[in-house]
Design a protein around this ligand. Sequence first.
Ligand SMILES: *[C@@H]1O[C@H](CO)[C@@H](O)[C@H](O)[C@H]1NC(C)=O
Ligand SMILES: *[C@@H]1O[C@H](CO)[C@@H](O)[C@H](O)[C@H]1NC(C)=O
Ligand SMILES: *[C@@H]1O[C@H](CO)[C@@H](O)[C@H](O)[C@H]1NC(C)=O
Length: 192
Amino acid sequence: MANMGYSTATITVITVLLFACLHIAEVEAEAKPKLGLGKISHLHFYFHDLLEGTNVTAVDVASAPATDSSLTQFGMVRVMDDWLTEGPEATSKMVGRAQGIYVSSSQEKLHLLMATTFVFESGKYNGSTLSMVGKNAVFDEVREMPIVGGSGLFRLGRGYALARTHSFDLKSGNAVVEYNVTVLHYSSPPRL
Ligand SMILES: *[C@@H]1O[C@H](CO)[C@@H](O)[C@H](O)[C@H]1NC(C)=O
Ligand SMILES: *[C@@H]1O[C@H](CO)[C@@H](O)[C@H](O)[C@H]1NC(C)=O
Ligand SMILES: *[C@@H]1O[C@H](CO)[C@@H](O)[C@H](O)[C@H]1NC(C)=O
């Protein structure tokens, strides 16, 4: 019977070559720029949605024929340019805006589809944005909504927002909502 196995010398050569290749692959991986998606930021602010008064920040733009007779105002579409402030008072320092739309999108419960851009206008986040899209079950104590993206310091941002109604005026519909946002993003975003 012929010996079909490899000699010890051949095995040694193969092993050395294999490790050399692995080493080259490792060095190449290190040379590639790291994505640096290593930073988690926590933001805390208050959102003012004002339908009546001296400062109106949200306006109805569309509805369906049955919206007014619907218990959930199903079909209502509202555009907002809401204030974001540090504290709950309307006179508190403005840190940005929540721009976008919200839509009454459930026939049974008061659920809003939020399509919101948080546009930051102060401090190191000035000029950066976060995009939030999700279901806002407004009567729940705390609502969680996904942060699906961001720009500027928040490029490639992913995270979640927790919202709790701080005050709600039944007569005017004006609301102040507390937000905690947790977002994972670049530790040092690339320059534009
Ligand atoms: C709210 O309205 C008052 C009165 O018109 C105005 O002086 C104030 O600047 C407004 N605030 C904001 C943040 O737009
Ligand atoms: C935010 O950035 C804009 C544009 O660069 C600038 O005009 C504005 O003064 C800045 N605001 C603050 C509060 O730094
Ligand atoms: C936001 O975080 C603060 C501090 O941890 C906490 O007191 C508050 O209840 C939180 N609010 C929401 C809506 O998560």
